[in-house]
Design a protein around this ligand. Structure first.
Ligand code: ADP
Length: 237
């Protein structure tokens, strides 16, 4: 689903070049749950931006579902981003004047989905994150954890190929963070491909794989052992 080959990203600040990514390669298959870790400044956000088609590599190749992202023009990049990528941010980024349900509908408005279908799909996905009873509330009437669930519903409503999250539990207390992680796990079990930048070790523990960046390079790529959940779950019919 994702193929990154020798990807470099250089920011030019006046006469100064910042090499944020210095040649990164990896693949992610459909259905994986990948945590991206690394110290501040190691290139995590840059990588997430590239993966999310918000930017292009300076060199190297990024293939998303067989499309070479590097050769797309701005419209092509925007189209791919809107259709195939869902984003979740640390700060939720909901529109304050809209209800939860309307916030979830917004990406469908941009995709040109008609009113009735829009409402039905927003309804369904808000239900999937367990927030239908709060559908008529505005963001300020919701807790942080609830706001993040609305943001996740919004990210999923276009049925993206990948869901990208940047420190999604960074602004949440530990209980709300736990709920969001459980939701990610559930989404992943039902087939969503997830890449999550996180400092939170318990998010990383739930992922199937950890990519560790260091100084713009991939320092580690390891599978996570889940002794209790490996293979076919016992006692689950
Ligand atoms: P992380 O998310 O791991 O903290 P970033 O991807 O934000 O790392 O940053 C990697 C490096 O690239 C840092 O040295 C940072 O200062 C630099 N950088 C990030 N974004 C920009 C930008 N828009 N312009 C210039 N330099 C940037």
């Amino acid at each position: 689903m994702i193929q990154i080959e020798g990807v470099k990203k250089i920011y030019q600040l006046g006469s100064v070049k910042v090499e944020a990514l210095r040649g990164v390669s990896f693949q992610v298959h459909a259905g994986e749950f990948v945590a991206i870790q690394g110290p501040s400044g190691s290139g995590k956000s840059t990588l997430l931006y590239l993966l999310g088609c918000l930017d292009r590599p300076t060199s190297g190749r990024y293939m998303l579902e067989g499309t070479d992202v590097g050769v797309l023009d701005d419209d092509g990049l925007a189209f791919l981003r809107n259709k195939r990528v869902g984003f979740v941010f640390q700060t939720f980024n909901l529109l304050p004047r809209l209800t939860a349900l309307k916030n979830v509908e917004v990406p469908l408005i941009y995709s040109g989905v008609a009113g009735d279908e829009r409402r039905a799909r927003a309804h369904a996905v808000l239900g999937a994150v367990g927030l239908l009873p709060r559908g008529g509330h505005r963001p300020r009437e919701l807790s942080g954890g609830e706001q993040q669930r609305v943001a996740i519903a919004r990210a999923l409503v276009n049925r993206p190929a990948i869901l990208l999250a940047d420190e999604p539990t960074g602004n949440l207390d530990s209980r709300a963070a736990e709920e969001i992680m459980a939701l990610f796990e559930e989404l992943n079990r039902s087939g969503t491909t997830l890449l999550v930048v996180t400092h939170n070790p318990s998010v990383a523990e739930r992922a199937g794989r950890i990519l560790r960046l260091q100084d713009g390079l991939l320092a580690k790529d390891e599978m996570v052992q889940h002794p209790t959940s490996a293979g076919t779950p016992q006692g689950e019919a």
